[in-house]
Design a protein around this ligand. Structure first.
Ligand code: FES
Length: 353
């Protein structure tokens, strides 16, 4: 496919190129899109185009995604711009019948396992009379390498004092009404908002109305959130803004989908990003990411497809995606599906390959 853009750079590929580089390795990235050695310059095709190749030297051994569409704002790397090019974002053929791909059923703990250590987990329902509950959804013991996640319910009063010494914490408050103390600071804890907590900071939740229903992610992951005997005066004032709600003005288009960043590096998280997104009734084409992801289904429903298995997903469920795992999420609800995702390591949920 070649599409001439107004900048005259040719769309050499509608997805980025995955490469493994060694520390100190130098490459020349093609910016004109006409090289026959994509994603690298072939030494001649840019002549007369007005474009010059860009040299990149790997600072360390690393995996990178070089832009193939040549429309990125973060050259030479992909920034997700390819999804918004004509023909750049593709859905699978509408609801293909693939009876040979079996449905995975949830086990007694609510885990439906797919291939490659991808899974869907349903948090346990609230128990009448139980004020506080913590359930592990994602952890190293469950196969995650870069993040962990627990589900928290607080029906009244205060939670234990919590902290993580292994990573930063990102909360998604799905429902409820209350307050969160981080060190000596107080913030509202309301359904529909994300909260960031820096590594080592103590925090405590207080329920003042409807029960709090919270997904707490730790990046990099540890086995659990630690309980502490008391709050400490440990709020990191270098990062004063910690709560982000849903804001229609902040949406980014991604083909027919959109996403909005919640808490991320602007709020003290390190190489971690939380976002809310919307998926219309459709099925994305198979793709993968260089980050590990936990995706919470907020509304709607559908099917998560792997290459050899699939599972149904419903509101409240979490899908865990390992790095580089090939998958496709299908929304089957007429009204679409809303999700909240947490990615690490990475800061841009729009990048896929
Ligand atoms: S391939 Fe160009 S922005 Fe992703």
């Amino acid at each position: 496919m070649t599409i001439e853009t107004e900048k005259q750079a040719v769309v050499a590929a509608r997805k980025p190129f995955y490469k493994e580089l060694r520390a100190g390795q130098k490459v020349l990235w093609c910016s004109c899109g006409q090289s026959k050695r994509q994603p690298y310059c072939d030494g001649r095709s840019h002549a007369g185009t007005g474009f010059e190749p860009m040299q990149y030297t790997a600072p360390r051994d690393e995996e990178v995604l070089f832009c193939g569409c040549k429309q990125t704002g973060t050259a030479p790397f992909c920034d997700g711009a390819h999804s918004n090019l004509p023909g750049g974002y593709r859905d699978e053929e509408a609801d293909p019948a693939q009876p040979e791909v079996a449905y995975s059923q949830p086990d007694e703990k609510g885990f439906a396992r797919l291939n490659g250590n991808c899974y869907v987990v349903t948090p346990p329902p609230a128990v009448a009379g139980q004020a506080w509950a913590l359930t592990t959804l994602v952890s190293p013991a469950l196969g995650a390498r870069h993040q962990s996640q627990v589900h928290l319910r607080l029906a009244s009063g205060d939670s234990p004092v919590l902290a993580s010494d292994v990573g930063d914490v990102a909360l998604w408050i799905r429902a409820g009404e209350g307050e969160i103390a981080i060190g000596d600071r107080r913030f509202p804890a309301l359904g529909g908002s994300g909260v960031s907590i820096r590594r080592g900071e103590t925090f405590r939740l207080t329920c003042t109305g409807a029960p709090l229903d919270i997904y707490a992610s730790v990046c990099p992951g540890g086995d659990r959130l630690d309980e502490r005997a008391a709050m400490a005066d440990d709020f990191d004032a270098a990062w004063p803004d910690r709560v982000v709600g849903i804001d229609q003005e902040s949406r980014h288009a991604m083909g027919p989908r959109w996403f909005q960043m919640l808490v991320d590096e602007r709020h003290g998280l390190n190489n971690t990003a939380q976002f809310v997104g919307h998926i219309p009734k459709s099925r994305a084409e198979m793709h993968r990411h260089l980050y590990e992801e936990a995706l919470i289904i907020l509304s709607g429903g559908g099917t998560i497809w792997n290459e050899t298995s699939r599972a149904r997903v419903n509101p409240g469920d979490v899908i865990f995606f390992p790095r580089k795992h090939v998958h496709s999420l299908q929304c089957t609800a007429d009204e679409g599906m809303d999700v909240v995702g947490l990615i690490h390591p990475g800061t841009n949920p729009g990048i896929n390959y």
